[in-house]
Ligand binder design. Structure first.
Ligand code: SF4
Length: 324
């Protein structure tokens, strides 16, 4: 077994490789799973006789397929993410690495805090457990609501950091998973309270929405006098919003402002350092502007925040950036 908690689906992978007579296999892991890569690779080579190549590049989501590696292999397996159905990528198979962790301890805490009706959301590792969560809540007199998302969302109840279309219309939410970002996104998108039920540390908590809002307001205020903008476009297959970038550039020019479009695979302070502009506008993964903004020397705005800055959108119409 590769891992005690996460299911790396080795038997299914081996079957698929044999059935498709694949000879060269690519593997892609997010950072948290990279330590398992060599063990997975060895087991695949031993059981199938195929050659395995491991991607050492970043892998932030199903949007981030190593297209260079894909060109060199017959099949590419990406671990830890659910497929994004509206991204066309042949010969890529997603292995969600579902968690087998027992949710009961954290759910016994959750039923003490949630109301009579609650929207249920989660990430790829736990989303398969939402029907069980719903049944457990029902046994305790609580109605759990699960809904389907748009064409970017593979499972009912699944949220991505860039897409909250599977969030049902409820007055509060229960997010099953680790980390705060997805819950924060649900809260910022719906403006409703969100409880995080974190099964790994058996904790119920709320994301710090006010802290993020304060930072976003500060970024907008610091950009109000900006005259020049760098509009960031990711070359990653599922993050590339170049049409939006060109639209934003036109809007900037209509307001007498300078705007330059910058393409990059990895959007980092080092990559952007040579470009002297007053602010960046990020059309790549929305997490870059929300999660990581302090590492950049000038404000990094979301597209909707940029519209507020140039005066074509009102502050009270500010919404979370999403990719459909
Ligand atoms: S764009 Fe960002 S939030 Fe969306 S799937 Fe990719 S890495 Fe995740």
């Amino acid at each position: 077994m590769i891992d005690d908690v996460y299911d790396f689906g080795l038997d299914h992978i081996i079957d698929t490789i044999r059935r498709r007579r694949a000879e060269t296999i690519g593997l892609q892991f997010p950072d948290g799973f990279k330590r398992k890569a060599i063990k997975v690779s060895e087991e695949i080579e031993e059981r199938t006789g195929s050659r395995v190549v491991i991607s050492a590049n970043s892998c932030f989501g199903a949007c981030d397929i190593d297209t260079g590696l894909l060109e060199s292999v017959d099949l590419l397996f990406q671990f830890g993410h659910a497929e994004i159905p509206n991204i066309q990528a042949e010969n890529v198979i997603f292995v969600e690495a579902e968690s087998s962790i027992d949710l009961l301890p954290v759910l016994t805490k959750a039923i003490d805090v949630v109301g009579a009706r609650v929207g249920l959301v989660s990430t790829a590792q736990f989303v398969h457990k939402l029907p069980d969560v719903k049944r457990y809540l029902a046994d305790h007199g609580i109605r759990g609501v699960i809904s389907s998302g748009d064409a970017r969302i593979a499972h009912p109840g699944l949220v991505l950091g860039c897409n909250f279309s599977a969030v049902p219309d409820c007055d509060e939410y229960l997010y099953i998973g680790t980390g705060d970002f997805h819950a924060l996104g649900v809260s910022l998108t719906t403006k409703k309270p969100v409880w995080i039920a974190d099964p790994e540390i058996n904790e119920i908590r709320k994301p710090d929405v006010d802290k993020v809002l304060r930072k976003r307001c500060a970024a907008i205020e610091r950009s109000l006098d900006a005259q020049s903008f760098g509009i960031l476009v990711s070359t990653k297959i599922g993050q590339c919003r170049k049409d939006l970038a060109f639209e934003l550039r036109c809007k900037a020019e209509e307001h007498g402002l300078d705007a330059h479009i910058l393409f990059a695979d990895m959007i980092t302070p080092e990559a952007l350092a040579p470009f002297r502009v007053d602010a960046f506008v990020n059309t790549a993964c929305p997490r870059i502007a929300i999660d990581n903004t302090a590492v950049f020397p000038v404000p990094v705005l979301t597209p909707v925040e940029f519209e507020v800055v140039i005066g074509v959108r009102k502050w009270d119409n500010l919404v979370f950036d999403e990719i459909p």
